[in-house]
Design a binder for this molecule. Structure first.
Ligand SMILES: Nc1ncnc2c1ncn2[C@@H]1O[C@H](COP(=O)(O)OP(=O)(O)O)[C@@H](O)[C@H]1O
Ligand SMILES: [Mg+2]
Length: 303
């Protein structure tokens, strides 16, 4: 099975991220999810079969499910090239591999913060809590353990850094940056979407430990943009291997992390090429996450 590492389309580029290649369609964008994968903040030289389709279709699934709670940027998920006809004049020039892994969205004025919600104590929040008993500067109860469910989900926004790491924002800093009204609005919407999604996922044996949303203004309305509730924007854990008091294996990337750890790689680019069995094991995990969560069959990409 072939993987897509780079979308090279005859359209103006809006941006190329770690995983997604985005094209500018004027008032709209075409977001193409490649099969690239990153680990320890480095994009690996090999792709994961079906990963782009899984991420795209999972985001589409959640956008659909949560549209009642918050409007979002989706115009059309691309299942067939013809789906793009109303938005792109010459679709004959476009490759078949776009179907299944891309969507046309409304261009938004992006609110420049990362809206992180945490339901469980992990990652940078655990590091902060261990050191000083706070999360995003807010005092927490004593005696919490790593990976423990928090008494209630916390909104822990960060800066949206162009380069380097995102930095935590206190509530005051957030208000200063985007204003009190918008700060409250993105907080409420973030918590509402997270609460809904984590309940949904939990019934399907997946813990969404934390996640990151981005919002933008579309036609004057605060709307969800970017990707939502995918393994790339969230920590997914398997309920069956969940144990409090230690870090949890990642539902999707653990085979990659384990192999890279053992390889002796110094975590500086370039990363080594993964062996095929690790690639296939990772692909199976992404497909499983999709199947479990959505109950749908993945629409395979062609080409
Ligand atoms: N509907 C939208 N309108 C405008 N910009 C968007 C929209 N959806 C996502 N974006 C922006 O597109 C960019 C996508 O970058 P991404 O592929 O995620 O790269 P990175 O790896 O740098 O996060 C982000 O800056 C995001 O804010
Ligand atoms: Mg991003």
């Amino acid at each position: 099975m072939t993987v897509l590492l780079d979308a090279i389309l005859p359209l103006p580029v809006f941006g190329k991220g770690k995983v997604r290649d985005t094209y500018d369609l004027g008032d709209a964008l075409l977001i193409v999810v490649t099969d690239r994968i990153s680990a320890f903040d480095v994009v690996l030289p090999c792709g994961i079969p079906d990963k782009g389709a899984v991420l795209n279709q999972m985001a589409a699934f959640w956008f659909e499910k949560t549209a009642q709670l918050v409007p979002n940027h989706v115009i059309k998920t691309v299942n067939f090239l013809n789906d793009m006809k109303p938005y792109i004049s010459n679709i004959d020039m476009l490759p078949d591999y776009l179907s299944g892994r891309s969507m046309v969205v409304k261009k938004a004025k992006v609110i420049p913060v990362e809206c992180v919600v945490r339901g469980y104590l992990s990652g940078s929040a655990w590091e902060e809590y261990k050191k000083q008993g706070t999360i995003s500067g807010v005092q927490q109860p004593e005696g919490l353990q790593e990976s423990q469910e928090l008494p209630q989900p916390l909104f822990t926004p960060t800066t949206k850094a162009q380069t380097g790491h995102d930095m935590p924002l206190t509530w005051k800093e957030l208000e200063k940056q985007i204003g009190n009204k918008l700060a409250n609005e993105v907080k409420e919407k973030s918590l509402a979407v997270y609460n809904y999604a984590r309940g949904y996922a939990r019934q399907r044996d997946i813990i969404i430990a934390d996640t990151k949303f981005e919002f933008g203004i579309i036609n004057g309305e605060v709307s969800l943009v970017d990707e939502v509730l995918t393994p790339d924007s969230s920590r997914f854990w398997d309920v069956r291997s969940y144990v409090i008091g230690r870090s949890q294996p990642s539902f999707d990337k653990q085979p990659v992390r384990d192999w890279l750890d053992k390889s002796g790689w110094n975590k500086q680019p370039p990363a080594p090429v993964l062996p095929d069995d690790v690639i296939q094991a990772t692909a199976r995990r992404y497909r499983k996450a999709y199947r479990l969560l959505t109950g749908r069959e993945l629409q395979h990409v062609s080409g």
